[in-house]
Write a protein that binds this ligand. Sequence first.
Ligand code: MN
Length: 318
Amino acid sequence: MISPPIQKVIAIEEHFWIPQLRETYTGLDLETAPAFVSRLEDYGSVRIREMDEAGIDIQVLSHAAPAGQKLAVDESIRLSRKANDVLSDIISVNPARFAGFAALPTPDPNAAADELERTVSKYGFKGAMLHGVSAGDRFLDEKQFWVIFERAEALDVPIYLHPATPPTAIVETYFKDYPEMSRAGWGFTMDTATQVYRLIMSGVFDRYPKLKFIIGHLGESIPFSLWRSDRVLSRFGKVKHRFRDYFCNNFYITTSSNFSQAGLICSVMEIGVDRILFAVDWPFMSNTDGRSFIENALISSDDKQKILGLNAQRLLRM
Ligand code: MN
């Protein structure tokens, strides 16, 4: 049963989209998923009803992947800005129920840093969400993107690194025979985890030690791999600290779309309960399933309160 909330319940990987960006997405079969489409384009009524059914007080909203990251520079800047303006309007209508992460036009990293600053300072956004590789299959650890991280550290807001379809060459090599593996079943996890490893090995956290990332899906399998990666990768002396230290000091993880009790216990043991935040991944997962996953977890009520809202309140200053 759902216990009475002491703190506000905050879910932080909850999506919407704008039709102008959705129309640029290739390879989407929208006909087969009318429930997702209508919910992503619902900015209030169904969304709030399903939040209420699960006792979720606040959704921190983000545009569904890959936002404007695959577009040419001018279109990426224009449509990312449009998505953020719409998000600001959604929040203004229901400021007690919604907050937001910005979409950033990463094909122009300087414009992306400026858009982060604009949306945080003008709209009160809580940070930004980035989705996988950018146009041209560029990885985020490339130095051209560090201006975004420098700005995030200066603004003291986190970057939520969300999956998107892996680079074309990876999809071709690993998934050509099994295309269904390239997305949420495995490819998203593999791609996001690899980007996290690349960021850590790049030294970006030595340059910007207060930089904070959030990753979903109970840490994209990294908590389970952390002991071995730490042992092997910490031998390579290009960065100041051990691999584990970067993961446990610069990253937060969420429960989005991975309602595994065994995975949660592993995550609590590896990264600690103070760095685990509640997320559902609505509308792709059900709010009530996400909420009962935490209610049924074999952790203390105090730890449940941290995951359901206290950690988000602190990290996102809500
Ligand atoms: Mn998601």
